[in-house]
Design a protein around this ligand. Structure first.
Ligand SMILES: C[S@@+](CC[C@H](N)C(=O)[O-])C[C@H]1O[C@@H](n2cnc3c(N)ncnc32)[C@H](O)[C@@H]1O
Length: 259
């Protein structure tokens, strides 16, 4: 496959946040709905947060990028959500959405889907208002022992990391270190949620190819356990709207683990 540039996510300084939103989260032009893989992930997150046992004062989302929808269900359960990423530009895109700027990315199809899962007890607009009140944006680097430096926050009741670790880590050892660092941010008895991909080697943003770490389910389970968590749920999905040439993953997984 030809590409203008080839890079690892962390060293890359040309992560095109807007193009990423459009390629991976643009609504289906015919149905105007979220794609099949996102629905699988949103149902997993909805089930966890609707159950009420994963709740508390604070949640940290790691490597959110320019993507807002993974913490919508969680925003009903936590007073403060620290939404973080390595790139300032991605956090800026999130801020635009929260401020309701005209050129902000349109998350309504995703918000509608979540509202529907919740029995339409609130509207997409109310969801955005709630998130605007409880989200704090912050820089995060998974490679650092204090990944939030120069900031510090109290240990969280829950940490969620979606589609970030296989991008930010080049080797299984990096993956383990990143999980160990994440573990230090979780309260004893707190929860870790990971959504990521198995058997992937790259994804494209336009013509830019970003390499990712290929892992299988057993390796993920072992790393999470070695970081001090016990896995309570591990779900795997294999339906994707995105073409395999754009992102060559084999499966998506969602896991819930307790420290
Ligand atoms: C494929 S994107 C995923 C974005 C979003 N969470 C999603 O699910 O679509 C990978 C994300 O990992 C972030 N990332 C890369 N290296 C990182 C690092 N060292 N620390 C934290 N985040 C990093 C990137 O900035 C990017 O937002």
């Amino acid at each position: 496959m030809e590409s203008d540039s080839e890079t690892n996510s962390t060293s890359d300084n040309n992560f095109d946040a807007r193009k990423y939103q459009e390629v991976y989260y643009g609504a289906d032009p015919k149905t105007q709905q979220a794609d099949v893989e996102s629905k699988f992930v949103l149902e997993f997150l909805h089930d966890i947060f609707a159950s009420g046992h994963v709740a508390g004062g604070s949640l940290i989302e790691i490597g959110a990028g320019p993507v807002l929808y993974h913490i919508v269900s969680a925003s009903e359960r936590f007073n403060t959500i620290y939404l973080t990423d390595y790139y300032e530009e991605s956090l800026h895109k999130i801020d635009k959405c929260l401020q309701g700027k005209k050129d902000a990315f349109e998350w309504t199809p995703y918000l509608k889907y979540i509202c529907n899962l919740e029995g339409n007890t609130s509207t997409p607009k109310e969801k955005m208002e709630k998130m605007k009140r409880n989200i704090k944006l912050m820089k995060y680097d998974v490679t650092l022992a204090n990944p939030l430096q120069p900031n510090t926050v109290p240990q969280a009741d829950c940490v969620i990391v979606v589609g970030c670790l296989i991008c930010a880590c080049k080797t299984p050892d990096d993956f383990q270190n990143a999980l160990n660092n994440i573990s230090s941010l979780v309260k004893p008895e707190g929860y870790l949620i990971i959504v990521d991909y198995l058997g992937a080697s790259y994804y494209l943003i336009g013509q830019t190819r970003l390499n990712v770490l290929s892992l299988d389910e057993n390796a993920v389970r072992q790393h999470v356990t070695d970081a001090g968590f016990s896995i309570e749920e591990f779900k795997v999905g294999n339906k994707f709207g995105i073409h395999r040439e754009v992102f060559d993953c084999k499966e998506v997984f969602c896991l819930l683990a307790k420290k």
